[in-house]
Write a new protein. Structure first.
Lengths: 154, 171
């Protein structure tokens, strides 16, 4: 249970582990969330304080704000018993103390680097997605040239 | 809730939502490996078997392997707007994460990079009017942005914003 924010490096290390364990299990989900960090900043007067009269109060903050990126396995609850799984839904569920929760704060200046690495981690980790179907294209390439022109578009 | 058809569309609408509500909007990426043994994936099979053209579909689902999917969701709790995108193409991952980076810059209130702004305009060339207003440079442009966005993502108006968005997405 990580209550503290991780450093970007630690976040990635643990995210890789999280995705890997999901793969090993054969099923499951990984949730990744990003949003503007709006609380707990060291800034004494938060630039994002809500101004009731102005609906556009948050559109142009004076300074760039950090982001918070979270990752979880979505397992907030676990079934107390196997029988608890049937129709009753909520009954038989207990809080899952072992829920994986990771979070990190991304400073505005490191956004670029963070997302480059984020993309790498995701591309490597997120297997099981449909690869581009090359066999179909090959067949069409072998066929008439007309077929190629049509087949290349979709 | 709206499922958008293409990553470009999702990116564009998310950018508009983020522009209107940069503080409350969050983007969740769900990477899901379905458990094909769970009852959820057994039920539809049975129903299709009962149907007229059951055999064909049964064959289809019979060869089903555990196929992971990626679902991106942009959610603004204040107006209740939800924009979703579902994909199972590996080729989309890199592009989508790059898109998340671009949206991240908006969240952080960083100015857009020039090349990215151009790219986005190209992506949504058919919506040129809105795209043109999508480059916030200063306070003067606020009004213009809102005017341009009015039919799609009204800044104020809470739940009403959500309703309008929904209608737009269904078209």
């Amino acid at each position: 249970m990580a209550r503290e924010h991780l450093s970007n490096d630690d976040f990635f290390t643990q995210l890789v582990t999280l995705i890997e364990t999901t793969h090993q299990k054969g099923h499951g989900s990984v949730y990744l969330t990003q949003k503007r960090l709006t609380y707990g900043t060291s800034d004494p007067s938060p630039p994002t304080a809500k101004v009731p009269d102005d609906p556009l109060w948050d559109l142009h903050p004076p300074n760039p704000l950090p982001l918070i990126v979270r990752a979880t396995d979505g397992k907030s609850h676990k079934l107390a018993k196997e029988e608890g799984a049937d129709a009753t839904g909520g009954i038989g569920r207990t809080k899952n103390g072992e829920k994986v929760k990771l979070s990190t704060v991304v400073q505005p200046e490191s956004i670029e680097a963070f997302f480059t690495r984020y993309a790498e981690v995701c591309k490597v980790g997120m297997r099981g997605l449909r690869r581009r179907d090359r066999s179909k294209r090959k067949k069409k390439e072998k066929g008439k040239k007309k077929g190629l022109a049509e087949g290349a578009k979709p | 809730m709206v499922y958008l058809k293409t990553p470009e569309e999702w990116q564009h609408h998310s950018a508009l939502l983020l522009q209107a509500r940069p503080t409350t909007t969050r983007i969740t990426t769900k990477y899901k490996i379905p458990n094909l043994a769970s009852p959820k994936y057994q039920k539809p099979n049975r129903r299709k078997r009962d149907g007229g053209e059951g055999e064909q579909k049964e064959q289809h689902t019979g060869s089903k392997v555990s196929r992971a999917a990626l679902v991106l969701k942009t959610y603004d709790p204040e107006s209740g707007v939800v924009l979703k995108l579902k994909t199972d193409k590996a080729a989309d991952v890199g592009r989508l994460i790059a898109g998340l980076g671009r949206l991240g810059r908006r969240m952080a209130a960083l100015p857009e990079k020039a090349e990215e702004a151009v790219m986005e305009d190209a992506e949504v060339a058919e919506q040129a009017a809105v795209g043109g207003a999508a480059a916030p440079t200063g306070k003067e442009t606020t009004a213009a942005i809102n005017d341009g966005k009015a039919p799609q993502a009204p800044g104020g108006g809470g739940g009403g914003g959500g309703a309008k968005k929904k209608k737009k997405g269904k078209k």
